[in-house]
Design a protein around this ligand. Sequence first.
Ligand code: ZN
Length: 378
Amino acid sequence: MSTVSASFRTHLARTTAASSTPPLPTGTLSKGASGTAVKQLQTALVKLGFMTQAQMNTGPGTFGPQTEASLKKYQAANKLAADGVYGPKTRAAMLKDLTPAAPSTGKPAPSVTAPAAGLERGDSGAAVKQLQTALVKLGFMTQTQMNTGPGVYGPQTEASVKKFQSTWKLGVDGEYGPKTKAALEKALAGQKPPASSPAPSTPAPSTPSTPAPGKVTKPDMKWVPSANYGSRNGADIDSIILHHTASNNVSSDLATLTKKGTDVSAHYLIGKDGTIYHLVDDKMAAWHAGKSSLHGDTSPSVNARSIGIEITNDGSGKTPFTEAQYRALEKLVPYLAKTYNVPMKNILGHKDVAPGRKVDPADNFDWGRVRRATDAVI
Ligand SMILES: [Zn+2]
């Protein structure tokens, strides 16, 4: 038997919270309570977006007015009695919300299925909730958005259905009919939407053929050429650098990363719906790393030797990277690592090559998913 120190338990709680489902205390907690159980509850509220990390930091482990207010907000959003007391019903609702959208293998959990067709704005009930759950799982709606009206087909659900329809090349009417249902079933079964045709103006760059013994194939991507790039000056690609854009909006990210004069770019951008935008030919240097070094090495520059991938996310550390983004990265990063022989130690974040200057990708980014997928092929 060994005893586990309090600080180590705290460390464990923190580590768990950062990566997957935080543990939830059993029993009842209300204002005035304190200790590890309260801290677990606060961690869950932070993760669910009902409390900020800063609010939690004012009294971690102490059930004060802030914790009570956050809990009430959560209860109200989940149609529970908003009494600010944490009990079995609140715990059950939180457990459900905190369960990761899908296992890391990328295969959908069998519990999420497509409801019967014939839903539109104004409808409500279990079928709508089922539809929303599927949209959350596929990254077309966030859990927080769903929580604003679970089971109610409002403007948010309509917008998410439209996004889904657009990605799947369906008629974009925001209504859940038979064709949308069929596509939703395919998506939940792990199938990819139909490939987009490249922009007619600029031909897509030639890409290396799939490497010989590789189990990797080039993922579907959209060629949206950027005006911002330069020569690699003879440097070979030996690294992959991940970023968050710090905006939560793929349209503005695309504009920033492609328009002449911004002087920033990346080779790839991953939208919240999992679309991979290819912005700069891999053969050229994109302008994403700035003043950086690879394991202390500044020559050649990180821009000259790396592939840069931007991920649309506000970078707050609270906004989850979407399931669709992880699935895209689980295809793109292994594909690039295999194609260019990039070792695992050179698959890094911007903050790793510019420590002290950069913080991206945010701490809630799950590196495990990217590394496991890459490890399987290199
Ligand atoms: Zn960055």
